[in-house]
Write a protein that binds this ligand. Structure first.
Ligand SMILES: [Zn+2]
Length: 335
């Protein structure tokens, strides 16, 4: 056989494989895009939801002075989250599609000042006596730490307030952590307190989610819509970010994908960014700067300068955003 014929045969044999691997690469790219698209939907929904939560629901209506209870604010925030996702998937108003979306987003965790609540899938009997699966509120849990010195049980909050239960005399006291630094050595240094507080909150939330996942995996076993829940590993930096203010954590998994591992994503939505507009940008002496909202130099010197143009003030949600818009960090408050 001539060498050219051999080459032709070789090409005939090998080409389907070349075609397939090209196809696979294309699929992998499409798959990556799809995952990115899902991530975006979830991230946007959590921002919408955190916005509603931080405005206590008033962002949805014009009734700004109506006092909305925390429970209602949570409910509205949860609705805002799911509405945002439903609209993104064009599923709003289509019960079976909405149920599929629900199944992929089994848990929202609402972190609030005094405790946290799970809004998670559960089965229940509807008025026709049929089993249905939907998100329900689980009872609020507190952020409880380990027992200290063999006698103090501490309940933490999202800020520096603590509740100290003394098992020795069965007393319960509340106050700023620094009020208890004479009896609890960890409360002498701010950093030590922060570390112990964050680990207490993180452990309380994780334990509750794990307990829920075990429960869910038991009843959901064998159901066609179910995906086994697995606890995502959350970066410590993300925990710290989540635990500095009220916020929401969402777990999503099992959206249809093209190849590779199951889709899994978690997202955090903090109320802080939206509520405080923490970074102020402005132009001063022809230069774009950005400052912390609390910057004394900005408040005392720049704003009162007659040459300063008030109209140049613009708010950013973080330093990155300010820098991306061409602003330089203020040398005084170092934002
Ligand atoms: Zn400044």
């Amino acid at each position: 056989m001539k060498l050219t014929s051999l080459a032709v045969i070789f090409v005939i044999i090998i080409s389907p494989f070349i075609f397939i691997s090209g196809q696979e690469a294309e699929t992998a790219i499409q798959d990556q895009r799809l995952r990115y698209y899902y991530d975006n939907i979830i991230d946007n929904a959590i921002v919408d939801s955190a916005f509603v939560l931080s405005n206590r629901g008033t962002g949805l209506t014009y009734a700004g002075d109506v006092n909305i209870s925390d429970t209602d604010a949570r409910e509205l925030a949860a609705q805002a989250f799911f509405d945002s996702v439903y609209y993104s998937f064009n599923a709003k108003g289509n019960p079976s599609l909405m149920a599929r979306v629900d199944a992929c987003i089994p848990i929202l965790v609402f972190l609030e000042r005094e405790g946290f609540s799970l809004y998670a899938l559960d089965k229940y009997k509807n008025i026709d006596g049929q089993n249905e699966i939907r998100h329900i509120w689980f009872p609020m849990q507190h952020y409880i730490g380990e027992v200290i010195s063999g006698r103090f049980i501490i309940r933490y909050t999202i800020d520096s307030k603590v509740y100290v239960f003394d098992m020795a005399d069965q007393s319960l006291k509340e106050g700023d952590y620094s009020d208890f630094d004479d009896i609890i050595p960890y409360f002498i240094e701010r950093q030590a307190f922060e570390d112990i507080r964050i680990s207490a909150i993180k452990n309380s939330v994780q334990e509750e989610i794990m307990a829920y996942m075990n429960y869910y995996n038991q009843w959901a076993l064998g159901r066609s819509i179910s995906v086994k829940l697995e606890f995502p590993s959350i970066d410590d930096a993300d925990w710290k970010r989540a635990l500095t203010d009220e916020g929401i954590i969402v777990f999503a998994q099992g959206f249809p994908i093209l190849s590779g591992k199951n889709y899994r994503h978690y997202a955090l939505g903090g109320a802080r960014v939206i509520r405080k507009a923490p970074i102020t940008g402005y132009t001063y002496q022809g230069i774009l700067y950005y400052c912390r909202a609390s910057c004394v130099h900005f408040r005392n010197t720049i704003i009162s300068d007659p040459a300063f143009n008030q109209d140049s003030i613009i708010y950013f949600s973080n330093a990155y955003e300010a820098a991306a818009n061409g602003h330089f960090p203020c040398p005084y408050c170092r934002p």
